[in-house]
Design a protein around this ligand. Sequence first.
Ligand SMILES: NC(=O)c1ccc[n+]([C@@H]2O[C@H](COP(=O)([O-])OP(=O)(O)OC[C@H]3O[C@@H](n4cnc5c(N)ncnc54)[C@H](O)[C@@H]3O)[C@@H](O)[C@H]2O)c1
Ligand SMILES: [Zn+2]
Ligand SMILES: [Zn+2]
Length: 365
Amino acid sequence: MPYEVQGVVSRAKGEPVSLETVLVPDPGPGEAVVNVRACGVCHTDLHYREGGINDDFPFLLGHEAAGVVEAVGEGVTDLEPGDYVILNWRAVCGTCRACKRGKPWYCFSTFNASQPMTLSDGTKLSPALGVGAFLEKTLVHSGQCTKVDKRAEPAVAGLLGCGVMAGLGAAINTGAVTRGDSVAVIGCGGVGDAAIAGAKLAGATTIVAIDRDDRKLDWAKDFGATHTVNSTDLTEAQVVEAMQDATRGFGPDVVIDAVGRPETWRQAFYGRDLAGTVVLVGVPTPEMRLDDLPLIDFFSRGGSLKSSWYGDCLPSRDFPMLVDLYLQGRLPLDKFVTERIGVDGVEQAFERMHRGEVLRSVVTF
Ligand SMILES: NC(=O)c1ccc[n+]([C@@H]2O[C@H](COP(=O)([O-])OP(=O)(O)OC[C@H]3O[C@@H](n4cnc5c(N)ncnc54)[C@H](O)[C@@H]3O)[C@@H](O)[C@H]2O)c1
Ligand SMILES: [Zn+2]
Ligand SMILES: [Zn+2]
């Protein structure tokens, strides 16, 4: 018998989300049903609702979640009912070329549940990032469940399932920030502040936070920014100058773009030191273009231009480690939780995100 629960669905581009009855099948081979305890509201959920990811409406939103395994399907051996897990959206296959070469964070054929979750009339739902977790129970591939220490509360731990992991990993994994580095982070929402926290954890000595909102910059300081720049009235060249001013004229070793727009990427590209690294972790929309960037600038500035998918994380390696650092008081994951809301509050949470009032609203069950 399928489970019947209320989930947050985006039916059409740009329309407010609605709470709908969702049918969640019993787990099939390789699958698990998880009792979701908490799920954060990420900007990517809003991208889905706005049609910025693809057109596979209706979407079942929510993807930064933690919960407790309710049931597992045939052949699942490494997970059992009662296990406390963070859901991940990259269950690595172990057999593709990337996995075999020892770089599973690039896995080309990640797993999701094979059965669909549906509306009560049978319409198939597209779960956001292959998860779909703004509902009390969800169906995922067992590889999407990563066991972590139970003492980390779900509202906090779940954030590692997407945005906070993406930001931490953009700094630690993709940007390979290390002791003594200088770092700038453009866009200080949940992802950007996690990049700041990651840079601090890795030993960066200068961390420049750039945003258009002073509230965000205050939060950024709290996570470890040593310098803040409000870029609202600055030209691109002035943002570049501000990064250089904060780093004795050189520019940061690593600039992380946690906005994902052509202008912020150019600020990162020109702002970093010669041979520095750009990490693009914010997600651009399909129509965005980088026009007229002189090829000679790529050549003469050197360095590396990277994108960070999910912070190049490996959930089985990174989630338990980051939860342990949190429990030891070395990573303030709890500071990302601005508010706890009900499952009927997601649309209002999008509005608050849009107005810049929250780092993370977290739906708790
Ligand atoms: N790469 C990944 O794996 C991954 C994972 C999760 C989220 N993301 C993406 O990361 C981005 C950030 O997500 P979030 O949840 O932190 O969003 P958010 O809305 O909480 O934060 C965005 C921040 O950027 C600031 N901002 C916007 N335009 C700016 C500009 N031109 N200059 C400076 N600051 C600007 C806003 O004031 C805000 O503080 C989104 O694009 C999201 O889709 C990527
Ligand atoms: Zn693989
Ligand atoms: Zn997300």
